[in-house]
Design a protein around this ligand. Structure first.
Ligand code: CMP
Length: 139
C-alpha cells in the first residue's frame, strides 16, 4: 500500500526570492493538503544529517552549504499516493529538464537551487517528517 503523506521543503533560494506563498499556493491548488508547516534555519549539523544518504556523493558538501545558506520551509503534504504525486508535480531534479508548469521549472534556478525537495519513498517520507516535526506539530 502506498502512503498518503510526503515531506517537502521549499529551499533557500525560493524563500529568499519571496516565492513561499506562490509555491504553497501551487501545492494547495495541486491537491496537496498541508498537514504541518514551519519556517526554519538548518544548522550545518542538521543539514548533514538530513542528507546523510548523499554523504558519499561529490555534491554533498555544496548541497549542505547551500541548504544552510538561508531559511527554508518544511511541510508535510497529504494526497493519495503523495510521494509519487508530489515528485510528478515538482518535476525533474534538474529544473532545465523539469516539465513545463512544474514548481522546479518555474522557480528552480539550477540542479542545486531547484526550489523544492520531495521525499523519494514512503519510508523516507516518514524519516524526513520525523526529522522536522514532532507528532503534535502534525494535524
Ligand atoms: P533533492 O531532491 O533535495 O535531493 C538531493 C539534492 O541534491 C537534489 O535535490 C539536488 O538539488 C542536489 N544535487 C546537486 N547536485 C546533484 C547531482 N549531480 N545529482 C543529483 N542531485 C544533485
Amino acid at each position: 500500500m502506498t502512503g498518503n503523506k510526503t515531506l517537502a521543503m521549499i529551499k533557500p533560494e525560493a524563500v529568499a526570492e519571496g516565492n513561499i506563498g506562490a509555491i504553497l499556493d501551487m501545492m494547495s491548488k495541486g491537491g496537496f493538503k498541508i498537514k504541518a508547516l514551519k519556517l526554519l534555519q538548518l544548522s550545518e549539523e542538521r543539514a548533514k544529517a538530513f542528507y546523510a544518504v548523499h554523504a558519499e556523493r561529490p555534491f554533498y558538501h555544496d548541497l549542505v552549504n547551500y541548504m544552510i545558506s538561508g531559511p527554508i520551509i518544511a511541510t508535510v503534504l497529504e494526497k493519495d499516493n503523495a510521494v509519487q504525486a508530489f515528485r510528478d508535480f515538482i518535476g525533474a531534479t534538474n529544473p532545465a529538464e523539469a516539465a513545463e508548469g512544474t514548481i522546479r521549472a518555474i522557480y528552480g534556478r539550477s540542479l542545486e537551487s531547484n526550489a523544492v525537495h520531495g521525499s523519494d519513498s514512503d519510508e523516507n517520507a516518514v524519516i524526513e517528517t520525523e526529522f522536522h516535526f514532532s507528532a503534535d506539530e502534525i494535524v
